[in-house]
Design a protein around this ligand. Sequence first.
Ligand code: SF4
Length: 415
Amino acid sequence: MPKYHIWTIGCQMNKAESERLASYFEALGYKAADSITEADLIVLNSCVVRQHAESRVVNKLHALKALKQANPELTLAVTGCLVNADTAKLKKRFPQVDHFSRPGERPPWLEGEGWGQVLPRNPAICSYVPIIQGCDNFCAYCIVPYRRGREQSRPIPEIVSEVRELVGRGAREVTLLGQNVDSYGHDLPGKPDLADLLYALDPIEGLLRIRFLTNHPKDMSPRLIEAMAGLDKVCQQLNLPVQAGSDEILKAMKRGYTVERYRRLIAEIRDKIPEIALTTDVIVGFPSETEEQFRQTADLLAELRFDAVHVAAYSPRPGTYAAENLDDNVPELEKKRRLDHIERLQEKIATEINARLQDKVIEVLAEGKVRGKWQSRSRSGKLVFFSDNGDRTGQLVKIRIEKTSPWSLQGRAEG
Ligand code: SF4
């Protein structure tokens, strides 16, 4: 039986696609290799959204060169965001690679039925379901639209039947994925939206929770907020990347909203869903970002008090508008200082937000055991560890919180 190994880096979309690739290989008669050196087929599912991720992919490809030389029978394939339309150029740069395939594409060198409907045989309790590929936005810094193409939504009936199947195989929570998930459906006949999809998924028996990521502020509609507020299974958690707290920088980033519009959106969401946990993404050190503009970002985060902030230092991605047209003029050390500042600020805010949960009882969904403790998440997406000797896999459990930190909570099951 031939063996496969998949190496994955990057976002949840890549992880979901790797799970599907694994199921596909198994349907074709492959078996998972215990280690990379035992594999007959190695797939790298790559990410180039940040320089750091791209460097790791390139290093891995260099490391695999020796393996390929030692075993010419080995098939080496690359998918994910490294793969652009110009595969001839990639082939020249990485001659050790046998096949390149675009993200989300069926491995074109393998023949088999059912690509698109291959689901993990034993899905995770919390499974990921891609619902829209690509992005139409062309934010100045972002490589995604060039690598994953324009937005392409999957029809509602296909997603509903897939989620039903996943739940039948043991999943209890689904996270609907898209680079721009809240613009779901505009390219489909009849233009359904993400709210329509949530209404269609909510009645599925056995499904306990629904989440979705990631969103663009300009596509967050009142209808979607209403659906979130009204549907029991939709969790009170929302990632809404703001990226910067300065209107000039938002404009340079081509984000399509102002700080004031973003602020009003947050107020509306908090008004309709008071228990919502909000998270955001921020880029510091964008070309021409002044100290004052950076301050505005820090001030906005201090004002809006997110549950979590994912902060990145700007790195130019070749081919994007910013890389080709703007001067990357914030020194690396200064970017690092700004990044550290935001991280420290957010650590303080998250410490305070989570401390409010001390001694409270919250409901979590138990995913599995990690080093003797149950790992679970609250409806608001907080990571909660608890001790319990019973089998709690896939169950909703009430937990009394005994210890809090900015990153996770600990507690004990109540009854
Ligand atoms: S919306 Fe997100 S994925 Fe799309 S271009 Fe902007 S940053 Fe990239």
